[in-house]
Write a protein that binds this ligand. Structure first.
Ligand code: SF4
Length: 375
């Protein structure tokens, strides 16, 4: 039997909360964005939260923006104050706490920006920031410092970026990020992609996006016609939990596949959201089922105010070990920690126990030992 990927709360919640909204409006991303819920107290009233649950969430939302689409709101279990989707988007006063090792710009991106809205951490790649906007806002976001700077990449900044890229021919790959680059109007995205691909040394553009989780309605025909013009183009999705999939997600993925883009997913390991083997297995198998290759599972970045989201690396390794033993290799992402000054390093459970000149001893996923010739 085919896997069902439809979030089980979606239909009931949509009917209960947005019963008078026509399907045409619901499926229109403009309607979804115009009707974003931007006051957390509206959710608090609905979910019957109080200060004991999330502390002074109103103050938190004044410092770090809150917004959620009606669509994503409809995926949350209203009976559960610890719903894994709710925890990702609802402001919590713990975000305002300070820890010496957590900073607001853990990768010093501000200092690694040789030209406005471009970040360079690696010799052959660069990140271009298209906008600070997203359809909803993740509380653990690495770039939440940018939420206060309303911006969409201007034509002048884009032209400066292109000039920089022409002068730095070792950069062959661009990660178009933000915020969420797919939130832009297709004409704007078209101008950006066209400018980036006009640089001879740029071979590949990847677009990082969470619209498939927050606003799959944004993946519409005009966007697809724009994406179809560019090759090779990767769309890097961001799903953290199996409940983030619906029939609307499936439609959006089908459209992207029609545009012949390649799809891969990045997830963040988050406490009480996906830090257990069953949830992670379900997420990874759902991604495979949807033809999205699980690419990275990130240890949560060292961002200020994320201590309550952090899961230990030991626990992450245990989850990966369990996952690796129980599902196919195509479903397995690389579990990585992104070192502030050292880039991404993979985290692997220890499988090679001992090596001699003629023999290797491996421990498999069940903990059993095996000899293998060292030829
Ligand atoms: S969608 Fe991405 S950029 Fe936007 S808030 Fe979430 S993690 Fe940050």
């Amino acid at each position: 039997m085919a896997r069902s990927i439809n979030n089980k709360f979606y239909t009931n919640n949509k009917n209960a909360l947005f019963n008078n909204i026509s399907d045409a409006n619901w499926n229109d991303y403009n309607w979804q964005l115009k009707n974003q819920i931007t006051l957390p107290e509206k959710l608090a009233h609905f979910f019957k939260f109080d200060d004991a649950d999330f502390g002074d969430f109103k103050k938190t939302s004044r410092i770090f923006r809150f917004a959620v689409t009606p669509y994503f709101l409809s995926l949350i279990n209203f009976e559960n104050k610890n719903d894994p989707l709710l925890l990702q988007i609802f402001p919590d006063e713990k975000e305002l706490s300070k820890e010496p090792s957590l900073t607001i710009d853990p990768f010093s991106e501000e200092k690694r920006s040789p030209v406005k809205n471009l970040i360079k951490r690696y010799p052959d790649r660069a990140v271009v920031l298209a906008t600070e906007k997203c359809a909803s806002y993740c509380r653990y976001c690495t770039r939440k410092r940018n939420w206060k700077n309303n911006f969409t990449l201007s034509d002048e900044d884009l032209s400066n970026i292109v000039q920089y890229l022409r002068n730095n021919k070792n950069i062959r790959e661009i990660v178009l990020s933000g915020g969420d680059a797919l939130i832009l109007l297709p004409e704007k995205l078209d101008r950006i992609l066209s400018a980036l691909y006009s640089v001879d040394s740029i071979e590949v553009v990847r677009i990082g996006t969470r619209t498939l989780s927050f606003l799959p309605q944004k993946i519409d025909r005009p966007l697809i016609e724009t994406l179809k013009k560019y090759k090779p183009l990767w769309i890097i999705t961001h799903f953290n939990h199996p409940n983030e999939f619906t029939s609307d997600t499936e439609k959006a993925i089908d459209l992207l596949l029609e545009a012949k883009v390649s799809l891969a997913n990045q997830s963040v390991l988050l406490k009480n959201v996906n830090d257990n083997s069953d949830t992670m297995k379900n997420l990874l198998q759902t991604l495979e089922y949807c033809q999205i290759k699980p690419y990275y599972l990130f240890q949560c970045d060292l961002v200020e105010g994320t201590k309550h989201f952090r899961t230990s690396i030991e626990k992450g390794l245990d989850i990966m070990k369990d996952v690796r033993g129980n599902i196919g290799g195509l479903c397995i992402p690389t579990y990585v920690v992104d070192l502030p000054d050292g880039g991404k390093v993979p985290l692997l459970p220890e499988y090679l126990i001992k090596a001699t000149s003629n023999n290797l001893i491996f421990k498999n996923y069940e903990g059993k030992m095996f000899n293998y010739p060292n030829l």
